[in-house]
Design a protein around this ligand. Structure first.
Ligand SMILES: NC(=O)C1=CN([C@@H]2O[C@H](COP(=O)(O)OP(=O)(O)OC[C@H]3O[C@@H](n4cnc5c(N)ncnc54)[C@H](OP(=O)(O)O)[C@@H]3O)[C@@H](O)[C@H]2O)C=CC1
Ligand SMILES: Nc1nc(=O)c2c([nH]1)NC[C@@H]1CN(c3ccc(C(=O)N[C@@H](CCC(=O)O)C(=O)O)cc3)C=[N+]21
Length: 281
């Protein structure tokens, strides 16, 4: 079966539309700030998806675009402005940042109550602890939403995650653990990757290499979740998994586009609504 993200996104959107309506009745206009440094294609793709989604949901978005060469101080100034703006409830800062910016310094500046993509270490710690009062990052949450929507049980399952970034792999592994999955985390130094992935009940791929995972990596009953967003050699969006090569072998698979990415931008606004609620208390 193909696990389409669109259906999951539509269901979540219906719930968000209700929430937006009730906030607007109280005189609150939910608003998100997107902070983008440079013009990375992955960032722009996310931004496009998010702007389209926001329009459907009746949510305002302001994009703060900074030039590729900006200094750490300039970015901090931008974040401070957003932190202190009572009419903005959430901040999405695209990562990774250019090398000349000190990401470790930046992440502490984001107001934890506006941190809808879980960049501030306070929210990261809450994910580690299984404390649901913070914000879990959008992409890992989107993966969980898809699995739950399609009734794919996690409890006791062997789940293999490839990738250990702070945007996807690491926090996702914690969320899976919180759902009682048995989690194996793989990365570029992992030996015998194919042997490990073939035994997975659920294989989640977030490595950032176009169509890297082919039929040699999967088994017949594997559920494959492809988080990757890449551009192939003819300019089309594609995942980290070679969809055509594996689709007739595995039991289920998410497409790209129209899979995880489509849900990520909806979870973003679900988190924004929660941020609004935190800030009006
Ligand atoms: N769908 C969505 O909503 C989103 C999609 N993405 C996409 O997901 C992908 C991953 O993003 P992100 O986590 O930020 O990427 P990073 O580049 O930060 O991390 C990639 C991870 O993959 C590992 N890796 C790289 N090559 C291999 C390999 N050959 N074998 C095994 N492991 C490997 C790296 O290992 P090591 O740590 O050893 O270097 C690293 O842990 C990208 O395509 C990105 O565009 C990202 C965010 C959201
Ligand atoms: N702090 C941070 N968090 C991220 O989650 C993050 C990031 N930085 N940097 C960039 C990557 C990339 N990423 C995408 C998410 C959704 C789509 C998306 O909506 N894709 C649509 C297609 C949209 C289109 O291009 O029209 C789809 O897959 O169907 C794309 C890309 C999140 N990332």
């Amino acid at each position: 079966m193909i696990l389409y993200g669109k259906q999951v996104a539509e269901k979540l959107s219906d719930e968000i539309i209700e929430e937006v309506r009730s906030l607007k009745e109280k005189g609150i206009e939910p608003k998100l700030a997107i902070v983008r440094v440079g013009k990375n294609e992955g960032d722009l793709s996310y931004e496009r998806g998010a702007l389209k989604r926001a329009e459907k949901l009746g949510i305002k978005v302001e994009v703060f675009e900074l030039e590729e060469g900006v200094k750490t101080e300039d970015l901090i100034e931008c974040i401070d402005k957003i932190n202190n703006d009572a009419l903005i409830h959430g901040i999405l800062l695209f990562r990774p940042l250019p090398k000349n910016i000190d990401e470790n310094k930046i992440k502490n500046y984001i107001n934890p109550n506006k941190d809808v993509d879980c960049i501030n270490p306070i929210n990261v710690a809450k994910v580690m602890e299984g404390d649901k009062t913070g914000f879990a990052p959008c992409t890992p949450s989107a993966v969980i939403e898809i699995l739950k929507h399609y009734g794919i049980e996690l409890k006791g399952k062997n789940v293999v995650v490839i990738g250990r970034s702070m945007v996807v792999g690491k926090p996702l592994s914690m969320l899976l653990l919180n759902e009682d999955a048995t989690v194996t985390i793989c990365h570029s130094k992992t030996r015998n990757l194919k042997e490990i992935t073939k035994k997975a009940d659920i294989l989640i791929v977030a490595i950032g290499r176009a169509k890297y995972i082919n039929k040699e990596y999967v088994g017949e009953n594997t559920v494959v979740i492809d988080v990757g967003i890449n551009v192939d050699n003819v300019g089309n969006l594609c995942g980290d998994v070679d969809f055509e090569d594996v689709k007739d072998i595995v039991s289920d698979i998410t497409p790209v586009p129209g899979g995880v990415g489509a849900v990520t931008n909806t979870v973003l606004f679900k988190n924004l609504i929660n941020a609004c609620r935190l800030q009006i208390k």
